[in-house]
Write a protein that binds this ligand. Structure first.
Ligand code: ITT
Length: 198
């Protein structure tokens, strides 16, 4: 079975992908994580776009290990804030704590004219030295007025997907995985690997 690594230090992202992977029984691949090879290097995220950051993460891992891998960069774009926090989503507030990030975002939207927002995800797949591919997904919705912490991570407690009444934090991972930006992008990656006979 082919081994493939998910280059992430975000346990929530990893959990979402693992649950999706297991429930869809992709038996052709063995999905591994950084812990499996005790990979502890700090991975750079100095790009100017989701795509550049996703590429930096996969390149960094591949150059060190020469193992096939994929990485993901994601974030929230808020219309009223001209697309912010975008690539800075995980470090929007000084503390970088997700509660502080959400509080800062809500306080910047007090005089809002729109609460439209999108969650974006870009995966970078690096199979070998020369073959690198990208897959994108997005989820449209709006920013709630209250923070409702229940499940999930990041901005889940304030993101209400279109056609939903509740925030992402109020639905379980299986339900989130049916609509999320991350799974939309990841499905394209899996389909690509299946078609390539990886
Ligand atoms: P890795 O780089 O190690 O994968 P990270 O947490 O640093 O982990 P990103 O740089 O891609 O990942 O930042 C993603 C941030 O975007 C995340 O911390 C949240 O603030 C936000 N975000 C992305 N997907 C989200 C989701 O499904 N729900 C809520 N917030 C999300």
């Amino acid at each position: 079975m082919n081994k493939i690594f998910f280059v992430t230090n975000n346990v929530f992202k990893e959990q979402e992908i693992r649950i999706f992977f297991q429930s869809n029984q992709y038996q052709k691949f063995n999905l591994l994580s950084l812990k499996d090879i005790d990979f502890r290097d700090s991975i750079p995220e100095s790009g100017n776009s989701f795509k550049e950051n996703a590429l930096l993460k996969s390149e960094f891992f591949f150059q060190k290990t020469h193992l096939p891998c994929f990485s993901e960069d994601s974030g929230l774009k808020v219309e009223y804030l001209n697309g912010k926090p975008g690539i800075y989503s995980s470090r929007y507030s000084k503390t970088k704590n997700s509660m502080d990030n959400m509080k800062k975002l809500l306080s910047n939207m007090i005089k809002d004219t729109s609460r439209k927002a999108e969650l974006f995800s870009v995966f970078c797949l690096k199979i070998n030295e020369k073959d690198t591919y990208f897959f994108k997904g997005k989820l449209s919705g709006k920013i709630s007025r209250k923070i409702i912490v229940n499940q999930g991570f990041g901005y889940d407690p304030i993101f209400i997907p279109n056609h939903y009444k509740h925030t992402l934090s109020e639905i379980n991972i299986d339900k989130k995985n049916k609509i999320s930006h991350r799974i939309k992008a990841f499905k394209k990656l899996i389909q690509f690997l299946n078609n390539r006979n990886f």
